[in-house]
Design a protein around this ligand. Structure first.
Ligand SMILES: [Zn+2]
Length: 298
């Protein structure tokens, strides 16, 4: 999950509001207080990248959430703090935002019109539409036929496949630079491939009790949206290892990237999982894959 903390929206009360009416308040998005990490979890957690922006209108401050991704996301808007502020709907408020879309999540106004409105917001986002109805399909192996198949960790693997997001993931032990193929048709929703290799990057922290969330943020991955709203995650790609681009439609078997060893990883492998958004949280689904028996816990 992605959290975006927006710095203060502080205004001078009703009079100022009226003066600002119909003007877009240029909140200082550049000085965002913090982008907090997702809670510790193995594999790939985050993935949203929604932004919130405030617009002053006659009927209050509209908090818009913008979705820059080529796929739907769900957002939750909440307060970090507030004084003399009421929201409609009350926070926390959720909304589902379509591909490349924007939605007003809540409208704010002064509880006491003679006083100043003052609020800080945090926007959490999770990729995928929470009402997705995944179909039962057979996935293709995300590797070429001549790649020797060794599975490091299967469903419910005790090393890192022990949370909802990753329970039904498979780790294929493959050398860095192995071609990764799309296991199912879809649209590339997110590509992150700028991180350095995990071991070269930060071996001590990687092995130790360091914050898993920090490591997660260093996991290169591709997220592909399927036509039923489920998503496949191909993770630990090497730096610069994405061949497919955001928004691109890919076919089963198409070359989408190169495997690596980035993020929370103790050795080169490809982490593959099918996920759905189950209401502000990603949940991995059991799946069938041609030529792979992944039912046995590691
Ligand atoms: Zn894994």
């Amino acid at each position: 999950m992605h959290r975006l903390a927006v710095s203060r929206a502080r205004h001078l009360g009703l009079r100022a509001t009226l003066l600002l009416a119909s003007a877009v308040v240029a909140l200082d998005l550049a000085s965002l207080a913090a982008v907090k990490a997702a809670p510790p979890a193995a594999g790939v957690a985050d993935s949203g990248a929604a932004r919130v922006r405030i617009e002053a209108t006659d009927d209050g401050y509209h908090a818009w959430a913008d979705n820059p991704l080529p796929g739907p996301i769900e957002v939750r808007l909440r307060y970090r703090q507030r004084h003399n502020t009421v929201a409609s709907p009350a926070l926390p408020a959720r909304a589902t935002i379509p591909t490349d879309g924007s939605t007003v999540v809540a409208v704010f106004r002064a509880a006491d019109p003679s006083g100043a409105v003052d609020f800080d917001l945090i926007l959490d986002s999770v990729p995928g539409n929470p009402s997705a109805q995944p179909r039962d399909v057979t996935y293709l192996l995300p590797l070429t036929k001549d790649t020797p198949i060794a599975i490091d960790q299967g469903f419910a693997g005790s090393f890192s496949h022990d949370d909802d997001e990753n329970r039904y993931a498979i780790d294929f032990a493959v050398p860095v630079g192995t071609a990764v193929l799309a296991a199912r048709d879809g649209v590339v929703m997110q590509v992150i491939d700028h991180h350095l290799d995990a071991l070269r990057n930060n071996p001590a922290q990687h092995r130790g009790a360091g914050p898993a969330d920090k490591l997660l943020r260093n996991t290169n991955h591709i997220r592909i949206l399927h036509d039923d709203g489920s998503m496949a995650v191909y993770a630990h790609l090497q730096q610069g290892g994405a061949v497919a681009k955001p928004g691109q439609r890919v076919r089963t078997g198409q070359h989408i990237g190169w495997s690596g060893n980035t993020g929370f990883s103790t050795g080169p492998h490809l982490h593959f999982a099918v996920q759905v958004n189950r209401g502000m949280r990603l949940v991995s689904l059991p799946f069938r894959m041609e030529g792979v028996e992944a039912e046995t816990p590691h």
